[in-house]
Design a protein around this ligand. Structure first.
Ligand SMILES: C[S@@+](CC[C@H](N)C(=O)[O-])C[C@H]1O[C@@H](n2cnc3c(N)ncnc32)[C@H](O)[C@@H]1O
Length: 201
């Protein structure tokens, strides 16, 4: 689905190769770290990080002892970066694949969103919500951060939007546990991110 648009694998690989990665926080962001901290001891839940990039969240969870973390990205460069940083991360869990083509079985228990939704063309937003729902088992969780801000007109990511717009995409599939401005964003993102925690119906 994503492959026929200009925001394809070649586009993203080129951005990594050119160092045009302004989205890259260089480490796990505080809202995700704090959420993971309250999950309790590591278990065998299946965790998916789509559009993972260098996947600092995967590194963090791996270091905590989670073993079923999967990262998906169209571009090989950031997955190679993760493999180099974390040689013990299972190579079979690095999915060089289009998120929209990921198999839905076995289901995931947790999907982690960090700067992926805003990287997709806005016309793909309904499909993003639908695909997340397809990949999760009933009662499972989609959590993370969505930029609720206006980045202005443009043909390149990030693409912004509003809380109310986003709510409409997820409401058919999810119950809303949290859907509000994050209080612990990185300073440059303060007040511009929604922290979301949604349970699949
Ligand atoms: C803005 S970057 C964010 C990366 C990472 N989550 C972060 O915060 O550093 C968006 C990422 O999504 C990946 N991507 C874009 N479209 C994708 C798709 N359809 N399937 C999988 N990955 C995709 C890109 O290659 C890129 O690594």
């Amino acid at each position: 689905m994503q492959m026929d648009s200009p925001l394809d694998a070649a586009y993203w690989q080129q951005r990594y190769q050119a160092g045009r990665t302004g989205w890259d926080a260089g480490g796990i962001t505080p809202p995700l770290r704090d959420y993971f901290a309250q999950l309790g001891p590591p278990d065998d839940r299946r965790i998916l990080i789509p559009g993972a990039g260098r996947a600092y969240e995967a590194e963090y969870l791996h270091d905590q002892g989670y073993e079923n973390i999967f990262v998906a990205d169209l571009a090989p460069a950031p997955l190679a970066d993760l493999q180099q940083r974390v040689p013990t991360f299972p190579a079979a869990h690095l999915l060089l694949q289009d998120f929209f083509a990921l198999p839905a079985t076995p289901p995931y228990h947790l999907i982690v969103e960090q700067t992926f939704f805003c990287a997709l063309h806005p016309r793909l937003r309904p499909a993003y919500a639908r695909k997340c729902a397809e990949l999760l088992g009933p009662g499972s969780t989609l959590m993370g951060l969505l930029f609720a801000t206006d980045f202005g007109p443009g043909t390149e990511p990030p693409f912004g939007g509003t809380r109310e717009e986003y709510r409409g995409y997820f409401a058919p599939y999810f119950d809303f546990v949290h859907f509000e401005t994050a209080y612990n964003s990185l300073p440059p993102r303060q007040g511009r991110e929604l922290f979301i925690c949604l349970k699949k119906k």
